[in-house]
Design a protein around this ligand. Structure first.
Ligand code: ATP
Ligand code: SF4
Ligand code: MG
Length: 367
């Protein structure tokens, strides 16, 4: 783990068993990601590429079987230094054929107890998460402020209820919710979507976590509220230096908030590097998938001009029946004849194109 790294995910494999296909779908299939202190790492990728599964794996919240089956998730904070997947091998036995995992024997209840033990003191305290639908994440029967107060009492060194109440009001003010004292006594369902997301952010931050995971924090909100939440996240980032793993479909949100970006496809990271290199306007030096993804998303100008967009041709790769070569092979528009055989038959490894920028594509091995 680098000196400044807080979270380092290595070779994370989270598979689900598909009964209809009698095979594993590889939702996360060897994911590598590194998050540095004070930075925001944006994760982009089409629907189903494994972004949420990766985040939920970090939180130990994957419930379907078999769930996380192997890898390392290193967490290094002032209070905790450990591999969140330590000793998972004791509960999970893998059988493989030609390097591919074909069978998993897992003691599920033992594994769940083990994960709960390992993640005690990590969930909430060290890593908090905000989701797309804050109303579903909050308890509808408990007042907003009460929920934040309880979270503070449970996850921080504050033990005095009056102090915890003051802290929750402080955090409701920090997220600029309108009339914090009034909102404190509201139930989640009586808040608007934007207010509820602010309350959720206040709750996540009130636990003073080392890492915040935000999975589509603005999706589902209307456009003006979205931009207010993005501004808020930007302000919180510069004022508090929060370390964030940010997942979003919205490239503008990623562009505004991220220092680094990882591009996921078919359960793997295909490219990772500085946000300005990955999201560069010309897209000449990025992975063919990144270029196609960016070209498929309308800019404000394109919406205004009603310009035709270049949708990514073909279907998202099926992680139950992965091809032997590059996962993007069937859809790639930048493949040359010179590398076609390699692209079709051999999966490229990550290669470094600049000191902090890595790409998984045979084009970068040409010449
Ligand atoms: N509990 C589960 N059981 C079985 N398959 C699952 C489960 N959760 C996710 N998957 C599958 O894993 C793959 C990755 O899902 P994931 O939710 O991580 O995608 P995503 O990149 O977050 O997509 P989106 O942008 O739509 O949120 C998908 O094919 C999904 O159907
Ligand atoms: S490895 Fe080949 S098929 Fe895959 S993205 Fe690169 S050029 Fe395209
Ligand atoms: Mg998702």
């Amino acid at each position: 783990m680098k000196n400044g790294s807080v979270l380092k995910i290595e070779n994370l494999r989270t598979y689900f068993f598909s009964r209809s296909k009698q095979a594993f779908s590889r939702a996360a299939d060897g994911v590598d990601l590194e998050l540095e202190k004070g930075q925001t790492l944006g994760i982009v990728g089409e629907s189903g590429s494994g972004k949420s599964v990766t985040a939920l794996s970090v939180m130990g919240l994957v419930t379907a079987e078999p769930g996380i089956i192997s890898g390392n998730i290193g967490l290094k904070t002032d209070a905790v230094q450990k591999n969140l997947l330590q000793d998972v091998d004791d509960y999970v036995k893998l059988s493989s054929n030609n390097g591919r995992i074909v069978g998993v024997a897992k003691d599920n209840s033992g594994w769940q107890r083990h994960m709960d033990r390992v993640l005690r003191g990590v969930r909430g305290k060290e890593i908090s998460m905000i989701f797309q639908n804050p109303k579903l994440a909050m308890n509808p029967f408990s007042r907003v402020g009460q929920q934040i107060t309880e979270a503070i009492l449970l996850n921080t060194s504050t033990v005095n209820r009056r102090e915890a109440r003051e802290r929750s009001l402080y955090w409701l003010e920090q997220v600029k919710i309108d009339s914090p004292r009034l909102r404190y006594d509201n139930y989640p369902n009586s808040l608007s979507g934007g207010m509820c997301q602010r309350a959720m952010i206040a709750m996540a931050l009130s636990m003073e976590p080392s890492v915040l995971i935000a999975d589509e924090p603005t999706t589902g909100l209307d456009a003006t509220i979205q931009s207010k939440i993005v501004n808020l996240l930007g302000e919180l980032k510069s004022n508090l230096g929060i370390t964030t793993l940010l997942i979003s479909h919205d490239i503008d949100v990623i562009k505004t908030l991220s220092d680094r970006v990882a591009v996921m496809y078919g359960g793997r990271v295909l490219e990772a590097g500085p946000a300005n290199e990955i999201l560069a306007a010309d897209q000449l030096n990025t992975h063919p998938y990144t270029a196609a993804l960016i070209a498929s998303i309308p800019t404000v100008q394109q919406i205004r001009d009603k310009t035709d967009l270049r949708a990514i041709n073909g279907d998202v790769v099926d992680t139950v029946n992965l091809p032997p070569g590059c996962r993007f092979y069937d859809r790639c528009r930048r493949m040359t004849e010179q590398i076609r055989t390699r692209c079709e038959n051999q999966e490229p490894a990550m290669s470094r194109v600049s000191p902090n920028h890595q790409v998984r594509c045979w084009r970068y091995f040409e010449g």
